[in-house]
Every structure is written in structure tokens, then in C-alpha cells.
Design a protein around this ligand. Structure first.
Ligand code: AHM
Ligand code: MG
Length: 342
């Protein structure tokens, strides 16, 4: 039988161009940023693949007379992203989990109409034990008056995002992104070095079976959160118990639940009263993706993408995933909060 598989192969570059054509006034600037991100993702993927070997080389370097110290992969990933994106003339500034302040575009490069925020290697503490890690990114339009970006460009609510996505470095490397027209997934074919469309228009199930939460914090959760977890686990209420699956690597937990259905929760606790995860480059981009896939993301009481940020590294509680499961969080947390206030 002769198959016509060649016509169904869509590279990420081709897909980005086709998406751009849906916007008659598109200039190509956003597409260029997305290409550069895909390139950076491939470079990071190749470094992550070498993690165990690189660690060995790092120790050797550490002992040599030149005193070269092996850089940790999260620092390397940060540098790859900055160097892949800073000279394209499409960005006015950047921000990274790895850097305390705004990352300016060097004076010798042109600037452009977008700002980029990213977590270069989320879950990097898992690398030593070969657990999936990821890159998360968010793109917003420049709103400041000058040509160089300012903090006001970075401190925009998630609803201002024009594109967002993540890359998971797992058993395969995948990039999932949205520009507001669905969430689409691409798998890296390492033999040709291309991301190929593998998951067009991802839809997350309305309710799922997976509950991702670090249950070891139970003693430091408040009562409403404990009550919610009892409901998810079928210990109270009429729900079927959910299966607990927690990698401890946000991208890996989120990705599994996006495809298979479920909810990821990182509630506030008495040790981290504002939650742990960062609003601008962890929660917001994943919220944009999950909403495009039919799911939801809330702080507990508010839609994540409506939160107005006031700090670059601001943290937020996060409940994200299948619509019905996040609805339950909203209902239980609101009811319990009302009860406590009465
Ligand atoms: P990081 O940005 O320092 O890597 O921390 C974020 C990670 C997430 O990937 C993960 O969901 C969470 O921290 C796990 O935290 P905990 O170990 O408290 O459950
Ligand atoms: Mg992180």
C-alpha cells in the first residue's frame, strides 16, 4: 500500500507560518520569537540529554588547573535562551526565574514589540535522578513608551499574553504552545532535528482521574484545602477517588494531566503563605495553555490570568487542570472560606 504520509508532516516552522496567516496584520515578529524559542529548546534538549555525562565532565573540569567550573544546567539553559533571543530585534526586554531583575536587550541590538518571560529549566533539582524537566515561556506585547523595555512591560496580567508555552524534556522532547488559537503540541524528531506537529488542538478532558499535589504539606495546609483534598480522594462527598500522581516537576505533572485529565494543586501553606509557584513565568503561561485546551486555572478564588502582578517573581497558589476538577476547588474553597468568615 502506498501511503501519503509526506503530506501530513508539519514542522513547527510551517505551522507557525500558517497560524500567522490567520492574522492579516501580523508582521512576523511573533513568529520569529517562536522560531527562536524552538531553536533554544532544541539546544537545551541536547544539553539535558547529556546531563549524566556532563556531570562527570564537570567534576573533571573542576579539578583541572584552569579552575573551570561546570555550570549547572539551569544556568546554561538560561544563557541559551538569552543568547537565542536577545539579538533578533523582536523583543524589548526579557525576564527569567534565574535572574533577579529585568534582562535588557544589549544596546548594540535592535529592540521590538514584545517582552519575553521564562523559567529556563523548571524542576531542575530533578535532573540528577533523570526525571523530566521543562522550559516555560510567556510573551506579552510591549506597553511602555520608549524603545527599550521597562518593568511595566513585564508586569502585565496573564490576559495580556499573546503567546505562551512550554517544552518538556521527557522520554521525548515536546513543545506545546498557543497564540490564542488552540494549544498545539510538537514532538522533536531527534534524527532530523525538527519539531513535528503531533498533538494539534489539544483538548483536556472535562474531568480527570489524576490529582497532583504534594501531600506531605497536609499538616501546614488550612482547613479548606484539607477538605478539598478529602473530596478529590473520595474520602468525603460522592466523587470517585482520584489517583495521586506527583512528579514534583511542574511541566511533567501539568503535561500528563493536560493530556490525560486531572488537576495540579500547589496550595498556599503556613510555610509559603503565597504559594510556591511564580505567577508570571510558571502559572500564567500554563493557565493560557490549559484554558485554550478547555480547562481552567485559579488561585483558589480568582482566575490566574486576571491577577494583576506587582512583582516580577511574585508567587501564587495554583489549581490548574480539567474544568470540573478546578470548579470543585473553587466551590469547596469558597464555601469553606465563607463558613470561616461567618
Ligand atoms: P523550581 O522553579 O525552583 O524548579 O521549583 C518549581 C518546582 C515545580 O516544578 C514543582 O511543581 C514544585 O517546585 C515542587 O515543589 P515541592 O517540592 O514543594 O512539592
Ligand atoms: Mg520553576
Amino acid at each position: 500500500m502506498v501511503t501519503n504520509s509526506a503530506t501530513s508532516v508539519v514542522t513547527i516552522e510551517r505551522f507557525i507560518i500558517e497560524q500567522e496567516r490567520l492574522h492579516p496584520h501580523a508582521t512576523g515578529d511573533l513568529s520569529s520569537v517562536l522560531y527562536d524559542l524552538a531553536l533554544a529548546a532544541k539546544m537545551i534538549a541536547s544539553k539535558v540529554r547529556m546531563a549524566g555525562i556532563a556531570d562527570v565532565l564537570g567534576e573533571t573540569d573542576h579539578e583541572n588547573v584552569q579552575g573551570e567550573v561546570q555550570q549547572k544546567l539551569d544556568v546554561i539553559s538560561n544563557e541559551i535562551l538569552v543568547k537565542a533571543l536577545d539579538h533578533g530585534g523582536r523583543l524589548c526586554c526579557m525576564a527569567s526565574e534565574e535572574e533577579p531583575d529585568l534582562i535588557p536587550i544589549p544596546d548594540n541590538f535592535n529592540t521590538g514589540p514584545y517582552a519575553l518571560l521564562f523559567d529556563p529549566l523548571d524542576g531542575s533539582s530533578n535532573i540528577d535522578v533523570n526525571v523530566p524537566v521543562g522550559t516555560i515561556f510567556s510573551i506579552v506585547r510591549k506597553v511602555s513608551p520608549g524603545s527599550r523595555g521597562e518593568m511595566m512591560d513585564l508586569l502585565q496580567p496573564g490576559l495580556a499574553q499573546v503567546a505562551a508555552g512550554y517544552v518538556i524534556y521527557g522520554s521525548s522532547t515536546m513543545m506545546v504552545y498557543t497564540t490564542g488559537q488552540g494549544a498545539h503540541g510538537f514532538t522533536l524528531d531527534p534524527s532530523i532535528g525538527e519539531f513535528l506537529l503531533s498533538h494539534p488542538n489539544i483538548r483536556t478532558p472535562a474531568h480527570g482521574k489524576f490529582l497532583s499535589v504534594n501531600h506531605s504539606y497536609e499538616a501546614i495546609w488550612n482547613e479548606p484545602v484539607k477538605a478539598l483534598m478529602r473530596q478529590y480522594r473520595g474520602l468525603e462527598g460522592k466523587r470517585e477517588p482520584m489517583n495521586i500522581r506527583y512528579v514534583g516537576s511542574l511541566v511533567a505533572d501539568f503535561h500528563r494531566n493536560l493530556l490525560a485529565g486531572g488537576v495540579f494543586c500547589y496550595p498556599a501553606n503556613t510555610r509559603t503563605p503565597r504559594g510556591k509557584l511564580r505567577l508570571l513565568y510558571e502559572a500564567n503561561p500554563l493557565a493560557f495553555i490549559v484554558e485554550q485546551a478547555g480547562g481552567r486555572a485559579i488561585t483558589g478564588s480568582q482566575r490566574i490570568m486576571e491577577v494583576v502582578p506587582n512583582d516580577l517573581h511574585q508567587r501564587t497558589p495554583l489549581y490548574i487542570g480539567s474544568r470540573d476538577d478546578v470548579d470543585l476547588a473553587e466551590r469547596v474553597l469558597a464555601k469553606q472560606a465563607a463558613g470561616a468568615a461567618a
